[in-house]
Design a protein around this ligand. Structure first.
Ligand code: DAH
Length: 283
């Protein structure tokens, strides 16, 4: 019986060993086949990233104003009551603040609703002449739809010196319009109200789609409202310690989303924040 057992054991061992060898050989063979490197195959092109259309537009806006002699200034996105309203000449409880309802952190601290806050910060730390633009993110408690978003970009402009007039403001905005949309783009001023400018104007550009003939984009008016502007209110100059009898200045502000949408014919602001590659891949 003992001998028989030994024979069975060695027969089984042999069978297992030979099957193992066969399986290993098989596995090696197929691995070799799968891992063969075919150096004649064409390479895979890596996807190259590029600038988001919004920031590409912002860069172009900045470049135009740098060319006109402006510098870039920046300020905090979280602001307090003084810089948001008081120093910008908003009287307490003035309804102009309602248009700009933002996100409050507490009664005194909030997300800035406009880049105009940086006008004050910049003038406080610099003596005239001042010539800056302020690109930056702003926040408002707006319901999101095709033309509104709670977070958006603005660019502010501020120039203060002796003898600055509204004609300088108009010429500067015209130069911007020409740089952005071509020599045929015209600028229109209409009276408006902002607490920190006097007089204030809304500025519009001749429609960049139809050239002013009237189309769906400009609601058949030939004009597109782009931003606000005006002559810096003497109270604002006094608030930062400038002599309003000696200095005058102009300021303007507009949204970068609108400029981007007009430039590329984009009809929904939400696309700019969607991160959808089918949209972004087109730029
Ligand atoms: N900050 C204003 C807004 O968000 C736009 C604006 C109007 C900016 C007039 C200015 C200005 O600098 O002078 O509605």
């Amino acid at each position: 019986v003992g001998q028989l057992c030994n024979q069975v054991q060695s027969a089984l061992e042999e069978a297992i060993a030979s099957r193992e060898a066969a399986l290993t050989a098989e596995r090696e063979q197929s691995a070799q086949k799968e891992e063969t490197l075919d150096v004649t195959l064409p390479g895979r092109t890596p996807r190259i990233g590029r600038k988001h259309p919004l920031l590409a537009t912002l860069d172009d806006v900045v470049a135009i104003f740098l060319g006109l002699g402006f510098r870039v200034a920046e300020g905090p996105e979280v602001e307090n009551h003084y810089y948001s309203w008081e120093a910008l000449n908003y009287p307490d409880d003035h309804p102009a603040m309602d248009e700009q309802m933002t996100f409050y952190i507490n009664d005194n601290v909030m997300m800035r609703s406009q880049t105009s806050t940086v006008q004050i910060r910049y003038m406080q730390s610099h003596e005239p002449p001042v010539r800056v633009i302020v690109p930056g993110r702003c926040f408002r408690r707006d319901t999101v739809d095709a033309t509104h978003c709670h977070t958006f970009y603005q660019t502010e402009g501020l120039l203060v010196d002796e003898g600055v007039t509204m004609a300088d403001l108009r010429g500067t905005l015209e130069a911007f319009a020409h740089g952005m949309y071509g020599e045929r783009c015209r600028v229109r001023f209409r009276p408006d109200f902002f607490p920190f400018t006097e007089p204030s104007a809304e500025f519009a550009l001749s429609c960049t789609i139809c050239g002013g003939e009237g189309c769906r984009v400009c609601s058949h008016t030939g004009w597109l409202e782009v931003g606000g502007c005006g002559m810096v209110d003497p109270n604002v100059l006094a608030n930062v310690g400038y002599d309003p009898d000696r200095y005058t200045g102009y300021a303007f502000g507009f949204g970068i989303e609108r400029i981007t949408m007009l430039r590329h014919g984009i009809d929904d602001i939400r696309l700019l924040y969607s991160g959808d590659m089918r949209f972004l891949g087109q730029f």
